[in-house]
Design a protein around this ligand. Structure first.
Ligand SMILES: [Fe+2]
Length: 339
């Protein structure tokens, strides 16, 4: 039983040396941003006051925002953690509890934010397929431009000890595992975790914690766009604007979403996605392999495999498993010595 059950991800917070440059990128990416008290707050069309924040400073990932159901849940969390419920002090108002996770990532749990009126997404066009002819005597005429980002959906963090971080996030926020990833049998690399909303559907993953052989860091945050056409129009637009592509377009296995990853001017990765899996609390967890994580159902191969002499996914999984086994062995030995 967790302390509270969070509703969703709320935002990601960054520092960047040039807010105007970040604003231009975010507009190309399909977010609407405004400068408030020297910070850049960007939002989608879902009516949430912001989903991406930038403050001035050296380039860095500063915080992951999670949305609690209500302020009473923040008070429960704050009482157990021995911290204060503070004013959020951002567009939309609301309250926040600030915690540090086991790797020192700042987690901002928010509630009570005012909602703006949601903007209507581009209409879902009727489509023709062999089995269904929905579009009769209507032509497809799309308008070029940035994608229409509706909302933030998930964040991926690289952690130093997956089991420790998993326990920390699950005990506080009620995350459920959708897919656990193994680099080799019984060598867990991480897990895709979703919000426990009972019978109400939740995204396949809101948080993915990975223990890759690198220091703890932000890996990416993802934003839902209107539909497949919108994602491809967004890709074309970002390419025309000479933004840096990271991976895509393709369809993932875990989560099933159609994805398209781009880098902001300081190398932080943001994903456009559409058509992801929605699960309820009744859906059981699965175990999947690292090959499944890196493979695509269709589309651009993972950049790791694009080289002419690309290592096989099996070799990558073997090396990652070996690395994890060695690090866990050393950690166990250190614990025995210090006991
Ligand atoms: Fe993602």
């Amino acid at each position: 039983m967790s302390l509270i059950r969070i509703e969703d991800i709320a935002h990601v917070r960054f520092a960047a040396p040039d807010l105007a440059q970040m604003r231009a990128f975010l507009e190309d990416f399909g977010l609407v941003s405004s400068d408030v008290d020297g910070r850049l707050y960007a939002r989608g069309t879902d009516g949430r006051p912001f989903v991406h924040v930038t403050e001035k400073g050296s380039p860095a990932f500063l915080a992951l925002g999670l949305r609690a159901r209500n302020i009473a849940d923040l008070e429960t969390l704050a009482a157990v953690e021995g911290v204060e419920v503070e004013d959020l002090g951002a567009p939309g108002g609301g309250k926040v509890v600030r915690l540090l996770d086991p790797d020192g990532f700042l987690v901002e749990v928010v509630a009570g934010q005012a909602q703006l009126e949601a903007a209507a997404p581009p209409p879902e066009p009727p489509r023709n397929s062999v089995s269904r002819h929905e579009r009769l005597r209507k032509l497809v005429r799309l308008t070029a431009g940035p994608a229409h980002v509706h909302r933030i959906g998930h964040c991926v963090l690289n952690v130093s000890d997956f089991r420790k971080s998993e326990a920390w996030y699950k005990a506080r926020f009620g995350f459920l595992t959708s897919d656990e990833i193994e680099a080799a049998p019984d060598v867990t690399l991480g897990a895709f975790m979703r919000c426990d909303r009972g019978d109400r559907p939740a995204d396949h993953h809101t948080l993915f914690l990975a223990q890759l052989p690198q220091t703890p860091c932000f890996l990416h945050a993802a934003f839902e766009v209107a539909n497949f056409d919108d994602l491809l129009l967004g890709h074309q637009y970002l390419k025309a604007r000479k933004r840096t592509a990271a991976w895509g377009v393709g369809r993932h296995i875990m989560g099933s979403q159609i994805f398209d990853y781009w880098k902001d001017p300081w190398g932080h990765e943001l994903e456009h996605w559409t058509d992801g899996d929605l699960l309820t609390a009744d859906d059981p967890p699965n175990k999947m392999t690292m090959q499944d994580l890196l493979a695509v159902q269709w589309g651009t191969p993972n950049p790791m495999f694009e080289g002419k002499v690309a290592p096989s996914p099996g070799l990558v999984a073997f090396v990652a498993a070996l690395n994890l086994r060695i690090r866990r062995l050393f950690r166990r030995n250190l614990k025995v010595k210090s006991a």
